[in-house]
Design a protein around this ligand. Structure first.
Ligand code: CU
Length: 510
């Protein structure tokens, strides 16, 4: 059994597992793009963009791509906006870990190397692990392969200062009871919505949407290169087409994988054969990665879900180590997540109804944007009644959800903190609550029409039940209209043309 450990607790910035990782990355980076065991081939399996790869120096113009049979079989496979997001990435990590382990062994290292995970939620560990931030090897010589120039971090005024601002991420997904959600504006579920093979789906599952997407954008950041493009260019981690090129990608995904298994301790994965057997079982693209000898290894979500029969585990499954108090005053009680009650039935047959929606699209630029959403009086009364009464025995609890629909634009690194404003009645002051954040990871691809997608952008669903119920039946708030404020972690460039198609508030329940 191989054990994956916390990267911050290996016993030093350049503890052996990190040093061997760096040596293996150095060995794999120069390999040919079309070699199934090269660094760049593995990144291409996640996603590929010729312009970005060439601009950032990861492909020479005219350099040979993999042959068409290999390209079609292995490349552009990553599953996003799909209930396959977690199992696909688990198989991808397993294959990658095998490649690094065999490379480490070939270089004279130990034969039990495992992929460390980066738990940015743990106190004092939200900074980029230091070996990844150093330009030099530990002996002071240059060219540390774990260092990436195009990893700009959350603050454009301090490019290269990489950390995860804790007020921009949360572990709310861990409290979601169902793996599979609904795509119609309701909760998209812990693991995502029911899709076929889906390289860039429009609605991300709860764990994918938070913290996965945010961490990508906060680590990668973006930069203006006016000579090359009027739009900001994403750091490697900020866009799915380049993320796999950054060595930190794998440690981030190991943490997401760990959170999935932590959630699994008392929530089941989908039981449907179509999920377990994967898209290959319905005649679509198989999930397949090369083994270290280059031979293909095909896997199914069902195999990835059977954690006891995989040959690795984690040193620690706790999502974080303490209460995380967000700057906005929102307190999320983390230790309680493991004790959440099981849901009754599944959310897939729940009713989803619109309480109110904005009439215009909303441009997001600079520091952010604000909008107001009128709420229908009849629906408001219905929701207030249900929230006050609580669920009948055996019934699903009432949920109120904020939808940011058809968000389009060209800034994959953008992270927006989302606030809801409840206007006061009469002279009572209005009150604002942070309800989460969204990360626009994958937005460029979702904005441009391609084969299979109309360019509808990405849609986000945030659970605002807690904040809403505080005011729903209160005499101090007037909910005829509520305000939505989006606050950018880093300024949104005008040229990125970010806009929200529609904002709606929906209820989900019986
Ligand atoms: Cu990812």
């Amino acid at each position: 059994m191989f054990i994956r450990h916390n990267v911050w607790e290996l016993g030093g910035d350049w503890a052996d597992p990190i040093l061997w990782y760096a040596r293996a990355v150095a060995a794999l980076k120069p390999k040919a793009l079309n070699d199934r065991t090269s660094w760049r081939f593995w990144a291409g399996m996640h996603g590929y963009h010729q312009g970005l790869w060439e601009f950032h120096g990861y492909k020479a113009s005219g350099e040979q791509l993999p042959a068409k049979t290999d390209f079609d079989r292995f490349w552009l496979q990553c599953q996003h906006g799909s209930w396959y997001f977690l199992p696909w990435h688990r198989g991808y990590l397993i294959g990658f870990e095998k490649l690094i382990r065999s490379t480490v062994k070939a270089l004279g290292g130990p034969d039990d190397w495992t992929l460390p995970y980066w738990n940015y939620f743990k106190s004092g560990q939200n900074g980029l692990p230091r070996a990844f931030a150093a330009r030099d090897w530990p002996d002071g010589t240059g060219n540390n392969p774990l260092f990436v120039e195009q990893r700009w971090g959350p603050d454009p005024r301090q490019p290269g200062n990489v950390f995860i601002p804790l007020e921009a991420v949360n572990l709310d997904a861990m409290t979601v009871s169902d793996f599979t959600g609904v795509a119609s504006g309701g909760d998209p579920g812990f693991g995502g919505v029911d899709t076929g093979f889906e390289h860039s789906g429009g609605t991300h599952g709860d764990l994918e949407g938070q913290p996965h997407d945010q961490v990508h954008g906060l680590v990668g950041g973006e930069m203006m290169f006016p000579a090359a493009s009027p739009r900001p260019l994403p750091g490697l981690m900020s866009a799915p087409q380049t993320a796999g090129l950054d060595p930190i990608f794998w440690l981030h995904h190991a943490n997401i994988d760990r959170l999935w298994q932590a959630w699994n301790s008392n929530h089941p994965d989908p039981a449907e054969a179509r999920w377990k057997d994967g898209p290959a079982s319905i005649g679509q693209h198989a999930f397949v990665v090369p083994l270290p000898d280059g031979s293909p290894w095909q896997f199914t979500p069902g195999q990835m879900s059977d954690f006891a029969n995989l040959d690795y585990t984690y040193s620690d499954f706790s999502p974080a180590d303490a209460l995380i108090e967000a700057v906005a005053g929102v307190t999320t009680a983390l230790p309680g997540v493991i004790a959440m009650p099981q849901s009754k039935g599944t959310s897939r047959d729940a009713t989803v109804e619109v309480i109110g929606a904005s009439e215009h699209s909303l441009v997001v630029a600079g520091k952010g944007a604000e909008a107001s959403v009128p709420l229908d009086p009849t629906m408001r009364a219905k929701v207030a009644g249900k929230l006050t009464a609580g669920p009948a025995p055996g019934a699903k609890a009432e949920k109120v959800l904020l939808n940011l629909e058809n968000v389009r634009g060209y800034s994959d690194a953008t992270v927006l903190q989302v606030y809801v404003q409840f206007p006061g009645k009469g002279s009572a002051p209005s009150v604002e609550r942070q309800v989460g954040s969204i990360g626009l990871f994958g937005i460029t691809k979702a904005t441009e029409p391609d084969d299979g997608h109309a360019g509808n952008g990405l849609s986000y669903v945030l659970n605002i039940t807690k904040a809403y119920s505080e005011f729903a039946g209160s005499g101090d708030a007037d909910l005829a209209k509520i305000g939505i404020r989006l606050q950018a972690v880093a300024p949104v460039q005008q040229s990125a043309d970010v806009r929200v198609g529609r904002i709606s508030i929906v209820r989900q329940g019986e």
